[in-house]
Design a protein around this ligand. Structure first.
Ligand SMILES: NC(=O)c1ccc[n+]([C@@H]2O[C@H](COP(=O)([O-])OP(=O)(O)OC[C@H]3O[C@@H](n4cnc5c(N)ncnc54)[C@H](O)[C@@H]3O)[C@@H](O)[C@H]2O)c1
Length: 459
């Protein structure tokens, strides 16, 4: 069965499961066309989203409260690194469909893609979401759609965003549509995944879900799955929590392997030959502002129930300290050592340093008295809060007593041990991401220690 809405025919299969047949008044009365939309927050999510809508013929007002972001974009620059983004943004600006502003303006749809970090106490900081919702209020009109994309604790859309929007005097479900649409793109592949990934759309009611589907089908080629707003919030949190818990398990396996003199990488490879086992990779810890943050939103919402989730977070948060312990075993006394730290991003081949375990490891090494010189190929000019940054790899390596590899960036995969040996003073390498070929490096006289192998590994 299908229902004609906004002039397009829409299958009812998914939303029938999720919503009892409710009123259709708003959807029937108001034909939303989405010729003009407003995207609030022009970071890793908002900027690609705004630019993609713009290159698909929609007039987009991109809004950011950070004047540096606004000025950079207006002057043709880019404040974040993501493959292909510069070309896309330039095309969007050149088309005349994308304009950049510090304030929202009237539009048919508003998309909120602002940060949702946590505070010191691990509670969600929703101030940016609240500020963005408030900023929309003066421009909200009957028939508009508001979409929250920011990762948020359960019930944020109905319990926080809706009441704020209703201070406009308009009523949710009667006067405006409201939906929660989580973003699940992988940094490094954002432009492709934005279009190709399946998309979960959670409406506060059925017409809201349909309105949001209508908007996103302008460019999404993956399947669009409709549900209610709170389920969609849970879906996003469950996805990242699943990853976090499984990485914690891999990190715990690595520690066990180190104790028993087992090579965890080999053990994982063998275990993964089981048709129903897929163990993830251990590493230096979990970072970024998604996987290391989002599980706390569930812990906050139900601390009595989210016990495994909390423990997994703690295991992953302890991993940088564990890597420093390995460094101590490998390098000996850390005080006075000159350590070249390769990679500061929170994961491979991105420039994002938020919540990065690599940065925490550098700070812990410094606290232990080591002199750390870091090299981050994707953010050579980064402000790293007390960690000296080399502009070139050679500068970091020059005279170093030991090397610690913290991120599996592609360029590090082709590091030549011969060239490194020429620059370094010492011959010890700690590989926290299992990127280096042990035989090659040992052939150049290096002692190689890896997370998940420790020092007691069997030949
Ligand atoms: N980056 C990812 O890979 C990813 C993936 C999935 C979901 N998310 C979620 O998407 C949301 C946005 O993440 P991001 O990585 O794009 O963040 P970001 O920090 O890269 O960008 C957010 C932008 O919003 C701006 N901003 C803050 N408050 C604002 C306001 N009131 N009005 C307008 N602009 C405002 C900031 O200045 C910043 O430029 C977060 O909730 C995040 O958890 C991110």
């Amino acid at each position: 069965m299908s229902v004609p809405l906004f002039g397009v025919t829409i299958g009812t299969q998914h939303y029938k499961k999720c919503f009892a047949a409710r009123h259709f008044q708003l959807a029937e009365k108001i034909a939303v066309r989405f010729q003009k939309i407003c995207v609030l927050g022009l970071g890793y999510i908002g900027l690609p989203t705004a630019s993609t809508f713009a290159t698909h013929g929609v007039q987009v007002v991109g809004v950011d409260v950070n004047p540096d972001v606004v000025n950079t974009l207006r002057n043709g620059g880019l404040h974040i690194h993501e493959p292909g983004l510069r070309t896309l943004v330039q095309a969007a600006l050149r088309s005349g469909n994308l304009t950049i502003q510090e304030q929202p303006s009237e539009a048919e749809a508003f998309i909120i893609a602002v940060p949702t970090p946590f505070q010191e106490d691990k509670l969600a900081d929703l101030r940016a979401v609240e500020a963005a919702a408030q900023a929309i209020v003066p421009y909200l009109k009957k028939g508009n759609l508001v979409v929250l994309e920011s990762t948020s604790p359960p019930l944020t859309t109905v319990g926080k965003v809706a009441p704020l929007l209703e201070t406009s005097g308009l009523r949710r479900g009667e006067d405006f549509y409201l939906a929660y649409v989580p973003e699940r793109v992988l940094p490094g592949y954002i432009l492709r995944e934005l279009i190709e990934n399946d998309r979960v759309i959670g409406g506060i009611d059925r017409p809201s879900a349909e309105a949001a589907r209508h908007l996103y089908s302008l460019f999404v080629r993956g399947e669009i799955l409709l549900t209610d707003a709170t389920t969609a919030e849970m879906v996003k949190l469950m996805e990242n929590t699943y990853r976090d818990v499984n990485i914690a398990l891999a990190n715990e396996f690595a520690r066990l392997a180190e104790r028993f003199g087992v090579n965890v990488w080999e053990a994982i490879e063998l275990a993964n030959r089981h048709p129903r086992v897929k163990i993830l990779r251990p590493g230096p810890g979990v970072g970024g502002h998604c996987i290391s943050v989002d599980p706390w939103f569930l812990v906050e919402a139900a601390p009595d129930l989210a016990r495994l989730i909390r423990t997994a977070r703690q295991v992953n948060d302890e991993q940088p300290q564990h890597v420093v312990e390995l460094a101590r075993q490998a390098f000996g006394e850390l005080a006075g050592l000159r350590v070249a730290a390769l990679g500061l991003a929170y994961k491979a081949d991105v420039d994002d340093l938020r919540e990065s375990p690599a940065i925490e490891i550098c700070h812990l090494l410094q606290q232990a008295g080591a002199e750390v010189i870091a090299y981050e190929p994707y953010r050579k000019e980064a402000q790293t809060n007390g960690i000296p940054l080399a502009a070139e790899l050679d500068q970091a390596l020059q005279g170093a007593d030991c090397l610690i590899l913290l991120v599996a960036h592609r360029p590090f995969g082709t590091l030549s041990p011969t060239a490194v040996a020429r620059a370094m003073r010492g011959r010890t390498v700690l590989d926290a991401v299992n990127l280096l070929n042990r035989a090659m490096w040992e052939g150049e006289g290096f002692q190689v220690i890896k997370v998940g192998e420790g020092l007691g590994v069997r030949p």
